[in-house]
Design a protein around this ligand. Structure first.
Ligand code: NAD
Length: 457
């Protein structure tokens, strides 16, 4: 059997070597999931909820250990790892509170002789191929509602978050979910591809556009429900009426949290010309103050780049931007120490000929561009093939709403950014994906409606 080596991105040191799955074990797991799913779906919802509650309570009891593993293998600063585990608890509470209402059978016609009903049936066997940057969030958006609604889950965490994946599988089994109903698959892309090849009922994928396209091709002519949550190139527009320091601090956090490795990180900033220079000065001052260091240190804000190869992407984007006329305000270089590190970086005079403003950076780097009007800002914000999130900073509510209504993105923000709520649907437009998770729609996404036409004899 092959193995998967886990490396600490902050030091380059080996952390663990795990037995990996292959096409044969993936196929056997898929068959076991198929056999186990009807039994799980027959378990009363109240009992499935009890399992989810026990999983939730175990997360709460083990936050420290779970956060430490996440920080070690992904390099996420420990405070942010704790935030993520605690954040999943909040999402679970939402799912627990809403699942009954969202999936209750509804009678839509009750007349003498005829009744019409809609019931929500589980999809069946769900493949869950996940990213490493928020393994608890992006995994939990799928496996929690999928299990609650009676599906079996084949969970393939990222190869960069496999130790976390092992914790998650252990916690589900300890919480009472049968071993065959929630199964872990360890490995990299080839294990994901083997999962895509199985006769599953649905595939929920979170990751890059490139892999999303491979999965789409892998599904091919089969009728499988496919959801893709992909990357972004998320913009924000800072109007001239804001408190400059407050807006700069919020944008810096949106661009740099999780070391810029969020699907909804702010990656493009458009600033009204009346405040451009003052805003840039405040942004640069904030970014200079971000503490780069050991992810296990609670005061660290910026950790390493999780994937070694992404450092070269960041270097290439900076070089391309500088060659095309951008100005480097701060950062711009690899940090020379063991592991994968990159300085928090701000580039101004950025334009749309630059990769920096077109392709996902996925690191602590942001491009800034001066604009002369709201119309110009909207045009530039929408000049992208992606459409995950977009935001506006202004004191003027009417102006904000007028601007947000023109933006092509699944989530829009007024005076905030890089924000996800369990109560709201999370969906990408354009090349940021198809389908959604979260909100009550993100519970129903794991069910299919059955229409009942009942005529009394
Ligand atoms: P990735 O595409 O490299 O990998 C994602 C998953 O796909 C991993 O589990 C990987 O092993 C698997 N995989 C790789 N090749 C495969 C193949 N051929 N067939 C099947 N599975 C395969 O992405 P990543 O580096 O883990 O995550 C970063 C990306 O995810 C970024 O683009 C980010 O924007 C995106 N993301 C999006 C959201 C969202 O909600 N829209 C959330 C988090 C991350």
């Amino acid at each position: 059997m092959s193995t998967l080596k886990i490396t600490n991105p902050a030091t380059g040191e080996a952390l663990a070597e795990l037995l990996a799955d292959d096409a044969t074990t993936v196929s056997a797991k898929a068959q076991r999931a198929r056999a186990a799913q009807p039994g799980w779906s027959a378990v009363p919802l109240a009992e499935r909820k009890d399992c989810v509650m026990r999983f939730r309570d175990a997360l709460a009891a083990q936050v420290e250990a779970l956060a430490a593993t996440l920080s070690l293998e992904v390099g996420k600063p420990i405070t942010q790892s704790r935030n993520e585990v605690n954040g999943l608890i909040g999402r679970i509470d939402f799912f627990l509170a809403q699942c009954e209402r969202s999936t209750a059978t509804e009678t839509v016609l009750a007349e003498p002789g005829i009744t019409e009903r809609i019931s929500h049936e589980p999809l069946g066997v769900v493949g869950n191929i996940s990213a490493w940057n928020y393994p608890y969030f992006v995994g939990g958006n799928v496996f929690v509602p999928a299990l609650l609604t009676g599906n079996a889950v084949l969970y393939k965490p990222s190869e960069c978050a496999a130790l976390t994946g092992q914790h998650i599988a252990r916690l589900w089994h300890e919480a009472g979910v049968p071993a065959d109903v929630f199964q872990l698959m360890v490995g990299a892309g080839e294990v994901g591809a083997a999962l895509v090849a199985q006769p599953v009922d649905a595939l929920f994928f979170t990751g890059s556009y490139t892999t999303g396209m491979k999965i789409t091709q892998g599904v091919g002519r089969r009728i499988v429900k496919l959801q893709l949550e992909l990357g972004g190139k998320d913009p924000t527009y800072v109007c001239e009426d804001v408190d400059v320091k407050t807006a700069a601090e919020s944008v810096a956090d949106g661009a740099m949290y999780n070391s810029g490795q969020s699907c909804c990180s702010v990656e493009r900033v458009y600033v009204h010309e009346q405040i451009h220079d003052r805003f840039v000065a405040a942004l640069v001052e904030t970014v200079r103050g971000l503490r780069v260091g050991d992810p296990m240190d609670a005061s660290t804000y910026i950790g390493p780049i999780t994937r070694a190869a992404q450092v070269q992407v960041l270097q290439a984007q900076v070089a391309d931007a500088l060659a095309r006329g951008a100005t480097l305000q701060v950062g711009g270089h690899r940090i020379e120490r063991p592991g994968n590190w990159f300085e928090p970086t701000v580039l101004t005079e950025a334009d749309h000929t630059m990769e920096l403003m077109r392709e996902e950076s996925f690191g602590p780097i942001v491009g800034v561009r001066k604009v002369g009007s709201d119309a110009e800002a909207v045009k530039l914000m929408n000049d992208t093939r992606y459409g995950l999130t977009a935001g506006v900073y202004t004191r003027d509510e009417w102006r904000a709403k007028a601007l947000l209504s023109q933006l092509n993105a699944g989530s829009v923000y007024w005076n905030c950014c890089d924000r996800v709520s369990p109560r709201l649907p999370w969906s990408g437009w354009g090349d940021s994906g198809i389908g959604l998770t979260l909100s009550t729609y993100g519970i129903q996404a794991f069910t299919r409606p059955k229409a009942w036409h009942l005529r009394t004899p």
